[in-house]
Design a protein around this ligand. Structure first.
Ligand code: TYM
Length: 326
């Protein structure tokens, strides 16, 4: 059985990009693999966080994991900071990384904007992510497109250590969906949908009210050509909506195009509102139940124990290879 690992940062509510690019895969993979899903709270403190809010968000994401269909009995759900191996392996991998390769990371360049006061944690972010993955002898990492460069670095580090110290790490592979790996902003469809964008109308959060979902979709940027047709280059807005429609409904894009032949954007958008509201309603309902149940903390405690049981022997192997300890 293949082992799967992935993580989500506890920063605010998840949006449909997170869901369609990553969490949907998390759920599907449970049937064929041993899955480990982490709330990466240590990644979140690479930028300043309010401590109370961070704790709250960690529980929110854990509850969302369960709400979207991750089964805590079959899969492991836990918070990163509860397993010491992440920080330990992070240091070992830091010593096998080059400052050059880290300074070339797009996300670092975007977030640090070349400023002297950029947090060093932002610079080290991809190494901690590599530690998350390699700590569990992971085979497959389901993520959205924006994590491609980080997965490549993880593979480079694993291969580098294996070549220098002998077989130490499993070299993992990223898993990216053909459709949904990059959901774009609704009001600016050439930019990625993101948690941090200022405009609320740019995204749909998994816990949004139907009225907000309706507003965001009906206002979504399209074009003046008309015609529900997939053409990312010339019609990025409608193409993004088609991707969302297809991912939620399970219908092929070609089939959807056919259904809307000769009809306007209004009809298409109205149907997309219904499909999105219907897809998110059970998630929202389940979230409220799980988030308010004492079971949630028990799930995370049990998950941390099970994760630790996998991580400890891997860390022992790493220490042995590097000659650490007595
Ligand atoms: P994060 O928390 O930013 O996002 C969580 C997941 O959602 C995907 N995603 C998207 N997919 C499609 N369209 C979008 N607009 C979109 N926005 C986000 C992300 O690709 C991600 O899969 N660095 C990671 C967290 C992490 C991690 C790991 C992931 C830390 N350690 C180890 C995998 C393995 C991140 O910031 O995700």
């Amino acid at each position: 059985m293949k082992r799967v690992f992935s993580g989500v940062q506890p920063t605010g509510n998840l949006h449909i990009g997170n869901y369609l690019g990553a969490l949907k895969q998390f759920v599907e993979l449970q049937d064929e693999s041993e899955c480990i899903y982490c709330v990466v709270d240590m990644h979140s403190i690479t930028v300043p966080q309010d401590p109370k809010e961070l704790k709250k968000h960690t529980l929110d994401i854990a509850a969302l994991y369960v709400a979207v269909g991750i089964d805590p009995k079959r899969s492991i759900i836990f918070a990163q900071s509860e397993v010491a191996g992440h920080a330990e392996l992070n240091w070992v991998l830091t010593c096998s990384s080059y400052t050059g390769e880290l300074s070339r990371m797009t996300q670092y360049k975007q977030k640090s904007r070349g400023e002297e006061s950029a947090p060093a944690g932002l610079f080290m972010y991809p190494v901690l992510m590599a530690a998350d993955i390699l700590l569990y002898d992971t085979d497959i990492v389901p993520v959205g497109d924006d994590q491609k460069q980080h997965i490549e670095l993880t593979r480079d580090l694993a291969i580098r250590v294996n070549n220098k110290y002998g077989e130490t790490f499993v070299v993992p592979e990223g898993r990216f969906l053909k459709s949904g790996a990059r959901i774009m902003s609704l009001d600016e469809p050439t930019a990625k949908m993101s948690k941090s964008a200022e405009s609320e109308m740019s995204r749909i959060s998994l816990l949004d009210e139907p009225s907000k979902i309706k507003k965001a979709i009906m206002r979504a940027t399209t074009d003046s050509e008309g015609g529900v047709r997939f053409d990312v280059e010339n019609k990025p807005g409608i193409s993004n909506l088609l991707t969302i429609y297809s991912s939620f409904s399970g219908k092929d894009i070609a089939e959807i195009e056919k259904d809307y032949e000769g009809r306007g954007y209004g009809d298409f958008k109205k149907d997309l509102v219904t499909i999105t509201v219907d897809a998110l309603a059970p998630i929202k309902k389940r979230f409220e139940e799980v988030r308010n149940s004492p079971e949630l903390v028990a799930i995370l405690k049990d998950g941390a124990e099970r994760a630790n049981a996998i991580a400890v022997p891997v860390m022992e192997r790493v220490k042995e290879r590097f000659g650490l300890g007595i």
